[in-house]
Design a binder for this molecule. Structure first.
Ligand SMILES: Cc1cc2nc3c(=O)[nH]c(=O)nc-3n(C[C@H](O)[C@H](O)[C@H](O)COP(=O)(O)OP(=O)(O)OC[C@H]3O[C@@H](n4cnc5c(N)ncnc54)[C@H](O)[C@@H]3O)c2cc1C
Ligand code: FES
Length: 313
């Protein structure tokens, strides 16, 4: 595992793309991480010295360019703060990883990679990994509506078949990714494996589609993580009759055994604290925006002036 706090240099953001009002991509220069990263792994990021540590999936890596790509949804204080501050040329304070067990993309001959919403980004390295190992790859991508679609061309380049789904029918088939999965299963009787990434409710729906046919189905779990090294127990998940730590035993698990209700309940545990952190940060932003820059400049020049002669005595 690579760990560096970046010192004063940090890790440079060399590209940014905004997919929507809430979803953005950051490409970060980190040659060692790019060399070590494997599909399914994640990093822990601190955007600044006093920032929270948050886990983010490595959505892409380019070993030649020496970069890793993160796709982030602004859902709370830290991800919104990053949305505001992470610009091309700025740096991330810390980037630790690659963490988690890599996905196994070697043996399956026919696979379905399902990504729902933001889950489209983390499923990409797996779809590419399966393709590189010679599998027939069926990609299923789901978005609420056409204007939220991203990376369709990237998937088209590494999938043998691609099914696009939108909730409102504005692009592709009208329906959820689980509907796309039903179509794929009806068409192909020889699917070895399905891997689904997205919100828990989406992964649960996919698991119920494959259960009657007993098709191996992996899901990637995102419980709350703190250290990411198996020490704190924060990322506990129930899988069959076992308790696992998603950061070191996962994040991929057998979807037919995952207790999704427990996962959803645990994800809501700190809702009050998250709301309070968001409110404090929004208020601080509001205060900064209402302070007149001219008064700030006057205060700064007064503070820098030498004291009056009388005051020196
Ligand atoms: C292995 C893993 C990979 C992830 N990959 C991505 C990704 O590629 N892109 C992305 O946008 N998000 C990803 N997440 C979720 C991301 O970490 C959270 O959205 C982020 O921590 C929220 O922080 P916040 O301060 O903005 O929001 P908060 O208001 O603090 O939280 C909003 C919600 O995010 C979840 N969350 C909060 N803190 C954490 C935490 N430390 N660990 C996990 N979940 C948390 C909770 O469900 C919470 O209700 C991943 C999570 C895990 C565990
Ligand atoms: S995040 Fe602490 S044990 Fe997994």
């Amino acid at each position: 595992m690579l760990h560096a706090d970046g010192g004063s240099a940090g890790f440079e953001i060399i590209a940014r793309e905004d997919f929507s009002d809430v979803t953005y991509l950051l490409e970060i220069r980190h040659p060692l991480m790019a060399k070590a990263a494997k599909p399914g792994q994640f990093v822990i990021v601190m955007s600044h010295e006093h920032g929270e540590r948050i886990p983010l999936t490595i959505a892409d890596f380019d070993r030649e360019k020496g970069t890793v790509t993160l796709v982030i949804q602004a859902v709370g204080k830290t991800t919104r703060e990053m949305q505001q501050n992470c610009k091309v040329g700025s740096t991330l304070y810390a980037l630790v990883g690659p963490m988690g067990l890599p996905s196994v993309t070697g043996s399956a001959k026919k696979v379905v990679c399902v990504g729902g919403g933001l889950g489209v980004a983390p499923i990409f390295p797996q779809a590419r990994g399966f393709k590189e190992s010679g599998a027939h790859v069926i990609g299923i991508l789901g978005f609420r509506t056409k204007k939220l679609i991203f990376w369709q061309e990237k998937f088209a380049a590494c999938c043998d078949e691609l099914i696009l789904c939108t909730d409102d029918g504005s692009a592709g088939i009208k329906g959820f990714v689980s509907d796309g999965l039903k179509l794929a299963i009806e068409k192909h009787r020889d699917i070895d494996e399905v891997i689904a990434i997205g919100p828990p409710v989406m992964m649960k729906a996919c698991v119920e589609v494959t259960r009657p046919r007993a098709i191996k189905t992996l899901v990637s779990l995102n419980p709350i993580m703190v250290d990411g090294t198996g020490m704190c127990g924060g990322c506990r998940v129930r899988v069959g009759d076992q308790v696992k730590f998603a950061c070191v035993d996962g994040p991929d698990f057998d979807g037919h055994k995952v207790d999704f209700d427990d996962l959803v309940m645990r994800l809501k545990r700190y809702a009050e604290e998250e709301k309070a952190a968001m409110e404090r940060w929004s208020e601080a932003c509001r205060m900064r925006s209402v302070v007149d820059p001219a008064s700030l400049a006057t205060l700064a020049s007064l503070a820098a002036r030498p004291p009056e002669p009388s005051a020196r005595r």
